[in-house]
Design a protein around this ligand. Structure first.
Ligand SMILES: [Zn+2]
Length: 499
């Protein structure tokens, strides 16, 4: 038994706080209200906010959630984390184990030495692990497709499509919370409407979430939203548009049109929502700026093309044409080897100056030198657009955190305190109760978690207690791994895990 006394209870629904006590027993919340202190341990929560444990609806910690020494999410108040996003899962290996690592290594934060034969195997390992959060995995479309057809692009044969559908069915039936796509990442990007509709129907039939990293967040943003809305309409699935944004200065005015599409679809009865992290910069792999055809067949094929003068010239031209950012907007955050480690923290434009070369040539040379394993942080969004997204009633707030060999984006260690400190208290973009809803009750509803995300009797005893006057992220682009301040206790399953 554990009693939290005298806290300000933010129940996760978005309602204004009330002063009350919370009693937990056997991993459940037994009572919320005025409680005569029973003989048990109690924590004095006067002046503190008592909320449901935070739910990170979108991360890439599929491998790190298994490790007890990884505490960065728990230290932010997170008790449940959704992995398997943007099409990347650490399963199934199939007959393409090497390609799976090549496909997922840059996003999952480890180049090799991981992978499970099936979703069930991965879920078993999650259940047995000593990690610090509850894990809800999605089945990543890209990984499933690699298991069927390797890094080959283009349409699947009928037999391959049947195998892909079989793998998704297995993963959802084994306990995955949903299905994700990453339509900017080869080879998942090859999926056409028929492939996606068949798979999304499977998610819909099972009442599971479909989350998508869409085909474009830049010039093609509005068309990409339309494609996903049409897919959700045809398949009848619950659609979550991942990390919505209009990336790159020239595209900032597209955001309002994208939101119009989403609001119109919602009014027409389509269950669509979206999420975003509370930062103006994004984080991904450098190869995302290259034309997709250049990545067909995987890293070896890409490097071969870059060694060929004619195809390099074509890649160079198309990369520059497709840029919504400047090279000075893109900062190198991680590299594979020691040779370019000194460039971590510098922009591609800086690196180009150091080398006496152009931005695009520097980018392509780095891809060659690092075997395509380069992570970057890119300046994507205007502050006004970020505010419009975060404050929108359909928005959940996510970390989208991932690990790199270098300096990770500060969202990995800072998202939730950044939201509650900087966004709510310092900038005043929304009331505290609403921000808490966006990381508790709202994501729980997207996942259809029936006993989490709210402080209610009978719900799981996952609770975060923090000081609303002090909470803040200390993670910056320069020092991204500093833990936050102001989180007092984190309770998972009725046990104190932080504090
Ligand atoms: Zn993504």
């Amino acid at each position: 038994m554990l009693l939290l006394r005298n806290g300000s209870i933010y129940d996760g629904s978005g309602a204004a706080p009330v002063r009350a006590d919370v009693l937990m027993d056997g991993g459940r919340i037994v009572k919320v209200g005025a409680i005569e202190a029973p003989p048990c341990r109690s924590l004095d929560c006067a002046g503190l906010a008592v909320t449901p444990g935070f739910i990170d609806l979108h991360s890439h910690s599929d491998l790190q959630v298994l490790e007890s020494e990884r505490t960065e999410k728990a230290l932010q108040g997170v008790t449940t984390e959704v992995v398997g996003n943007c099409g990347f899962s650490p399963f199934p290996q199939g007959s393409h184990a090497h390609e799976l690592c090549e496909f997922g290594g840059g996003i999952l934060g480890r180049p090799a030495g991981w992978g499970w034969a099936s979703a069930r195997d991965y879920l078993d390992v999650v259940a047995a692990s000593a990690g610090n959060v509850r894990v809800e995995p999605l089945a990543g479309h890209g990984s499933l497709r690699v298991a069927v057809a390797g890094m080959r692009q283009g349409p699947l044969s009928g037999a391959e499509m049947d195998r892909l559908a079989g793998l998704l069915g297995d993963a959802l039936d084994a306990g995955c919370a949903g299905f994700s796509t990453g339509l900017m990442y080869a080879p998942g990007s090859s999926a056409g409407p028929e492939e996606l509709e068949r798979l999304c129907r499977m998610a819909a039939d099972r009442g599971k979430l479909y989350a998508t990293h869409m085909r474009s967040y830049a010039a093609g943003l509005v068309e990409a939203v339309r494609e996903q809305v049409a897919l959700a309409r045809a398949a009848g699935c619950r659609l979550q548009i991942s990390h919505l944004q209009a990336a790159g200065r020239t595209n900032w005015d597209l955001q309002r049109r994208a939101l119009d599409e989403i609001e119109t679809a919602r009014a027409a009865g389509i269950d669509v929502e979206f999420d975003i992290y509370p930062y103006q910069c994004g984080s991904t792999v450098l190869t995302q700026w290259l034309p997709l055809w250049a990545l067909d067949g995987g890293t070896e094929a890409l490097l071969r093309r870059l060694h060929d003068a004619a195809s390099r010239a074509r890649i160079r031209e198309e990369t520059e044409q497709g840029m919504a950012q400047e090279w000075s907007d893109i900062t190198i955050s991680g590299v594979a080897g020691a040779r370019n480690a000194h460039l971590v923290g510098r922009t591609i434009a800086d690196a180009a100056t150091l080398r006496g070369s152009s931005g695009v040539d520097t980018a392509l040379d780095l891809v060659m030198e690092e075997n395509a394993a380069i992570n970057v942080i890119s300046f994507n969004q205007s502050e006004a657009n970020l505010r419009q997204l975060l404050a929108h009633p359909l928005c959940s707030v996510i970390s989208d955190g991932f690990y790199v060999n270098g300096k990770p984006h500060p969202r990995l260690h800072g998202t939730f305190p950044e939201l509650l400190g900087s966004v709510v208290r310092e900038r005043g973009w929304m009331p505290l109760a609403e921000a808490i809803h966006k990381v508790t009750g709202k994501p729980a509803a997207r996942l259809r978690l029936s006993d989490r995300g709210l402080l209610r009797e009978g719900f799981a005893a996952d609770v975060t207690v923090f000081d609303p006057e002090r909470i803040r992220s200390r993670a910056t682009y320069e020092t991204p791994d500093l833990p936050p301040e102001g989180i007092r206790w984190v309770i998972r399953g009725g046990r104190i895990s932080v504090g």
